[in-house]
Design a protein around this ligand. Structure first.
Ligand SMILES: [Zn+2]
Length: 203
């Protein structure tokens, strides 16, 4: 039996939910789709169920993921989009053969082709990324304020002032850090361990 894998961090936006399968990119990175089976699991909970996934398809998925991350980061910074990333996103989008279908209840479902369904799922994710990077959806691309994260996320808050990719993780950690810093300030600097100028700038 497999041991436990890192949990998924699912959001409401498909493309950035996908980029969040690698977290803490600027710190100790956590790979949340470490095996083809975990990509199958992630696709299933994201409405893109596939029967199986090969190691090569997982590689392709990660290539798309990092391309979306690069393009979304550039868009958030208003930098030019990196050409290789755009190429991968477009290749995945054009190679997918998923069809949007309307259910009787009025919901949209994705119907994937029977063969190479992972490519179809990646096509849906790539198209979702395109709609965000192109600014077609109501929201704003921003970068997480956590220095070990810096994930690109899609801010749909009314005020467009969201600072963290995820309130329960990055946001919560920063709040705790600020609380600790405030408590430390109240207790005074103290004699300290005498290791020079201290731990460096608190960023
Ligand atoms: Zn974050």
């Amino acid at each position: 039996m497999p041991t436990s894998f890192p949990d998924f961090r699912l959001g409401r936006v498909l493309a950035t939910s996908f980029t969040a399968t690698l977290t803490e990119r600027q710190g100790d990175a956590v790979e949340r789709i470490p095996t083809p089976g975990r990509l199958v699991d992630w696709l299933a909970v994201s409405g893109l169920a596939v029967e199986s996934c090969t190691p090569g398809q997982l590689d392709r998925a990660r290539e798309l993921r990092e391309s979306i991350h690069a393009a979304a980061t550039a868009a958030a910074r208003r930098d030019p989009l990196p050409e290789p990333a755009v190429r991968v996103i477009n290749d995945c989008s054009t190679q997918g053969r998923a069809a949007a279908v309307l259910t009787a209840e009025g919901a949209r479902h994705w119907r994937l082709g029977s063969t190479s369904a992972v490519a179809d799922a990646l096509g849906v994710i790539a198209a979702d990324a395109i709609s965000i990077v192109a600014g077609e959806r109501d929201g704003r691309l921003a970068l997480c304020a956590s220095p070990t994260c810096r994930a690109a996320f899609f801010d749909t808050s009314r005020s467009r002032t969201r600072r963290w990719c995820d309130m329960n993780t990055c946001g919560n950690r920063e709040k705790k850090a600020r609380f600790r810093a405030a408590a430390h300030d109240r207790s005074g600097p103290g004699p300290g361990p005498g290791r020079g100028p201290g731990p460096g700038p608190a960023t």
